[in-house]
Design a protein around this ligand. Sequence first.
Ligand code: UD1
Ligand code: CA
Length: 457
Amino acid sequence: MVKCAIILAAGEGKRMKSSTPKVLHKVCGKEMVNHVIDTMRKANIEEVNVVIGKGAEKVKESTNSRHVSYSFQDKQLGTGHAIICAKEFLKGKKGIVAIFAGDAPLIEASTVESLMELHEKEGYKATILTSIVENPTGYGRIVRNINGDVEKIVEHKDCSQSELNINEVNSAIYCFDIENLIESLDKLTNNNAQGEYYLTDVIGILKEQKHKVGAMAVKFEETLGVNSRVQLAEAEMLLRKRINKKHMENGVTLIDPNSTYIGPDVEIHCDTIIYPNNVIEGSTIIKDNCILYPNSRIVDSIIGSGVNIQSSVILESTIGQETTVGPFAYIRPETVVGKHARIGDFVEIKKSTIGDNTKVSHLTYIGDAEVGSGCNFGCGTVVVNYDGKNKYKTIIGNNSFIGCNTNLVSPVKVQDNTYIAAGSTITNEVPEGSLAIARAKQVTLKGWVEKKGLLKK
Ligand code: UD1
Ligand code: CA
């Protein structure tokens, strides 16, 4: 028996007032549709089909790495029509299909699993995920009979006065028996207030045929559908709360959870302390006992145990344990910094490795370089890696002392245990154990100021 899913993501999302398709708007740094796909995977649904239409290419591009298949809905004639467009995907399958809206990113995997379990256990042909809300405006209402059984779903715009008072609403998340769903799709009409083919009408159709239909109510925050920027911000806040709570429960200190922005796929180990205004994104891993002082952005990086970071940007890089970064460091992609190192203020490092115990304390640029361990960079060192056309590599051995205001013109090699005098521009290899000085000799003219008549008394 198959367990598959369809995600509806063809709509334009007019109410967003955006040139980006609605389902690609991000919540906590991840596109809404990708939240839904990732949740499917967590709920062990293997085969996922995404119905695309408006901005199809963009949606395809953003979801591609997640190994889903696509159906195409040329004209957005309603959610039922969207499923008709996915018939090819359902053809020949026997089992359950779960249907999700690409604009409801807060659904949790455990809820999807419970919905499927209930569906199977009760032998329902359709099971609807619902919530009870104070203000049901805009949502489809769940109409039940006197026995409390679900009868049908009525869209807000089609509701009678008494139906408008119902506060159990459709989340647009359901499980269906595949064969029954396909059969019912042929019976859909667009005879309603919006002139659309509603998926919600399938429920009434199944009931008329005396099939068993069920519903499971969950808290509203899991089913929130994002139709506007205001709801996007609401979803962001709810998910942020959920993520931050999980980290605190795992032993991470958040000084102010309301101003800490952690992506859904970030991993943080215990006893790490995070101060306000940190933004941690992508697949970042932060090990234990780190301190993130305020104002850093860390993306797709691995931060070792006991690292301190302050007011810095770290992108696609690895920082070794007990190293300190910042304030105001900029660590660009493909950088690997070793253990017990120091990357200080106004230091930029790009695509370079920095060995253990090396100190790059102030005002320095290192690009396309391999730097050994135990080195010390004086203030204002520049690796001159670019000649206007090509980029070249610089290699610096272990225990090298690079004096202040040095230029290292690439490609160049500085061997182990060397000293470079301050103010040098190094263009030739510096052999092991030597001192290199590459600057003009000082000339001192005694009494020059007085001779020139410039002496102030
Ligand atoms: C839908 C439900 C409503 C429910 C609400 C919950 C229907 C008819 N109504 O209303 O009962 O309470 O969700 O949020 O299903 N889409 C397509 N193709 C289309 C139309 C929509 O792919 O032709 C996609 C949209 O991209 C979106 C999802 O389906 O991701 C829901 O569509 P939307 O127009 O937002 O439906 P609602 O009016 O919110
Ligand atoms: Ca919606």
